[in-house]
Design a protein around this ligand. Structure first.
Ligand code: SF4
Length: 315
């Protein structure tokens, strides 16, 4: 499988670019995700021209438009960093990234919860780094996460799922975005979207039904927006249970009453939190194969990402 291009804060790969000449190597990123992702490393502070080591910086002032200043000497790097960011984002557009993993809490790379210091004392935690914030504003559709969130199993699975969907969507667009392909793409992702957001599931269905009323570019833009917005919602136990019960309905006629009872019990045990999602999914996949169910066979809900990532073992 071709590796998926993902932007990443350089220090997370072990590059010694931090202000203290250290790094923040994250082995889950390099050893596990690195098997599937091709990294496009970015260190805003070093690429902007600051040395290693360097005086540390922080955000100060209004959390909505803070200044980036060195802590001890107060040198203001805001304008320079924003100028560099604008050029860098143009270059990154050409990379066709399918996601970005940012370093958390950094005044340059952070995408949320970055401290912003006010003259009155207590820092607010509402800031975003100058580069990280600009990236998410310029590319609101591209999946992003920071290394802190990446260690939360639910957020991690959500991010990786979105990366794989976004990659498939990009490939669909590259193939010319034909209507026949669109119907197939939409059909294959139906249950996955339903597990994240029933509201977006309906809205996407209605949009596809009206596809002919749109110019292709306008349609694709709206479809991408709705798809990626819907997938940002976490697939909760309740939503997964509904999808699993929906799937179980396909086997009403084929299964013996004993097998039906067992399947419903497994789903119920998942619902109660006794077993992880992977258990009912494996059982359902077994029946999909056994009865060669054509609609379910194509559902990415049953294979959203490589099994080796073991994401559903914790969900
Ligand atoms: S957090 Fe960002 S700016 Fe700081 S060292 Fe890492 S990549 Fe560079």
């Amino acid at each position: 499988m071709e590796k998926i291009k993902i932007g990443i804060s350089s220090c997370l790969l072990g590059e010694k670019v931090r202000y203290d000449a250290g790094h923040q190597l994250d082995r889950y990123i390099t050893d596990t995700l690195g098997q599937y992702f091709e990294w496009v490393p970015v260190c805003p502070e070093v690429e902007y021209g600051l040395p290693v080591p360097r005086e540390p910086m922080r955000l100060v002032g209004d959390p909505n438009s803070p200044r980036l200043r060195t802590i001890r000497t107060g040198v203001d790097h805001t304008e320079g960093m924003l100028k560099w960011t604008e050029k860098k984002l143009k270059k990154l557009k050409k990379e066709e990234l399918c996601g970005f993993i940012f370093k958390s809490r950094s005044p340059s790379s952070g995408i949320g919860g970055v401290k912003v210091y006010t003259p009155s004392g207590m820092p607010s935690q509402r800031g975003v780094g100058l580069f990280g914030g600009s990236f998410t504003k310029k590319f609101p559709i591209i999946p992003v996460i920071d290394d802190g969130m990446l260690h939360d199993p639910g957020l991690r699975e959500n991010f990786i799922e979105r990366v794989f969907v976004y990659k498939r969507w990009q490939e669909f667009i590259k193939r010319g975005g034909l209507v026949g392909d669109l119907v197939a793409f939409h059909t294959e992702h139906k249950l996955l979207v339903l597990s994240h957001s029933p509201k977006h599931f309906s809205a996407l269905g209605q949009l596809v039904a009206r596809a002919k009323q749109y110019e292709p570019d306008a349609f694709n833009a709206e479809y991408t927006r709705l798809l990626m917005e819907g997938l940002r919602f976490i697939a909760t136990v309740k939503k997964n249970t509904n999808v699993l019960l929906h799937i179980a309905g396909y086997f009403k006629k084929q299964l013996s009453s004993d097998d039906k009872k067992e399947l419903l019990e497994v789903i119920e045990n998942y619902h109660k939190g006794y077993i992880p999602l992977i258990v009912p999914v494996v059982l359902v996949k077994h029946y999909v194969r056994k009865f060669n169910e054509p609609y379910l066979k194509k559902q990415y809900y049953l294979n959203p990402h490589p099994l080796e990532l073991m994401l559903r073992n914790h969900a």
